[in-house]
Design a protein around this ligand. Structure first.
Ligand code: ZN
Ligand code: ZN
Length: 408
């Protein structure tokens, strides 16, 4: 039996599903796993799937793919572009798109399992395929763990995962240590005193307070963080007021913070708190601001020995120079919780999905940032091939590096 992976990818791309709503995607993945003879557990962490391929004594390798899509209206112009809609957690109808390439992750993992099944006379050990929901909420891996994932499938000796990214096809980006940043999502509520727009002196204006707070928060990275360190403080949402002649009573800010480790997290969170409170005090507020954490993701840290081993395996299989160090990405991931919970090494790598000629052209013109769409962009889609074949091959090479070779 041979699975038509390109058709699978196109089908998933056309039918993206929001976080924790990946029922169709999960059902398709589960069916393929059953067809390949694996033991399948569904409904882990709402929509997650785990499939076990036992093949005798030997190491247990977990291969993880995330499944969810994003509330983005696709503008790639592809003939298989998504026109799907879904409902966000607030109940709003939103466009849905695989703008982060998780459809590629699912397709590559299905293909890798098929190949490992076909070649099972060459290796021994156990492979567990993890189809994870809700990576974009940073909640799916924890939800699967909370559903006793580690007790219900063989515990891993290593956790491996990959993400398609705007690197040229044929390249793999991975580094030991911090591969992706830790992050927090915060909501800051600023409380003023509302009143008539013509009588500002009788109010405490939360819009002016919010504006001052946003500007002052920008000085954390520019003035307070060592220039050699990486940190991001983004205010991604700012809401206050309904009408020009009403000074509202409150303002709401939503922040996204990124840092390489927990120490930097503690330092920067303290700075945010100091500035929010001090600006509120400067406005003379009567009710102090509140800061709540909406989500919190750990840094994605690649085990040094396992990364060295994997880099050598990739270079051996695909040619010297395939692997490059992409530096730390300021994006965040929840894959590391699987490895942390199990107490085993993690390696999470990026593989290129941009046509290498187009990438070279943009590099020569100095227009990569403008011309090469990144994940979460409405224009983002990896080129179908060779990205898909490469994604399959990466997982197979990585899994075989840990699985034992069968003596022939
Ligand atoms: Zn994403
Ligand atoms: Zn992603």
């Amino acid at each position: 039996m041979t699975i038509d992976l390109e058709a699978l990818y196109i089908d998933l791309h056309r039918h993206p599903e929001l976080s924790f709503q990946e029922t169709r995607t999960a059902g398709i993945a589960a069916q393929h796993m059953r067809d390949l003879g694996l033991e399948v557990i569904e409904g882990l962490g709402v929509t997650g799937v785990a499939a076990v391929l036992p093949n005798g004594e030997g190491p247990v390798v977990w291969l993880r793919a995330d499944m969810d899509a994003l509330p983005v209206a696709e503008r790639t112009g592809l003939d298989y572009a998504s026109i799907a809609h879904g409902r966000d957690p607030a109940g709003n109808e939103v466009p849905v798109m695989h703008a982060c390439g998780h459809d590629m992750h699912v397709s590559a993992l299905v293909g890798a399992i098929e190949r490992l099944v076909e070649t099972r006379d060459q290796w021994t050990g156990t492979v567990v395929a993890i189809f994870q929901p809700a990576e974009e909420y940073g909640a799916g891996s924890q939800a699967m763990i909370a559903d006793a994932l580690l007790e219900r499938v063989p515990r891993p000796d290593v956790v491996l995962g990959q993400h398609v990214t705007p690197l040229p096809t044929g390249t793999i980006g991975v580094r030991p240590g911090t591969q992706m940043a830790a992050s927090d999502g915060l909501t800051v509520m600023l409380y003023g005193r509302g009143g008539h727009g013509s009588r500002p002196h009788s109010t405490i204006d939360p819009i002016v307070l919010a504006a001052a707070t946003v500007m002052r928060l920008q000085t954390i990275v520019s003035r307070e963080v060592d220039p050699r360190d990486v940190a991001v403080v983004t205010v991604g949402s700012m809401h206050a007021g309904l009408k020009n002649n009403i000074i509202p009573a409150e303002a709401k800010l939503e922040l996204s913070l990124r840092y390489p480790d927990d120490e930097a997290r503690d330092r920067i969170l303290a700075k945010v708190e100091r500035i929010v409170n001090a600006e509120a005090a400067a406005s003379g507020v009567e009710t102090p601001p509140t800061i709540t954490t909406d989500h919190s993701l750990p840094p994605t840290i690649n085990d040094a020995d396992a990364t060295a081993r994997l880099t050598a395996a990739f270079d051996g299989a695909f040619g010297e120079g395939t692997v490059l160090d992409p530096g730390m990405f300021t994006g965040s991931e929840d894959v590391s919780w699987f490895a942390t919970e199990a107490g085993v090494p993690l390696v999470f790598w990026f593989w290129g999905g941009v046509d290498s000629e187009a990438f070279a052209k943009a590099t020569a013109a100095g227009t990569v940032d403008r011309d090469v769409p990144t994940n979460h962009s409405p224009f983002y889609a990896p080129v179908l091939q060779p990205t898909l074949d490469n994604g399959v091959a990466n997982l197979v090479v990585a899994a075989r590096e840990w699985l034992a070779d069968k003596a022939s």
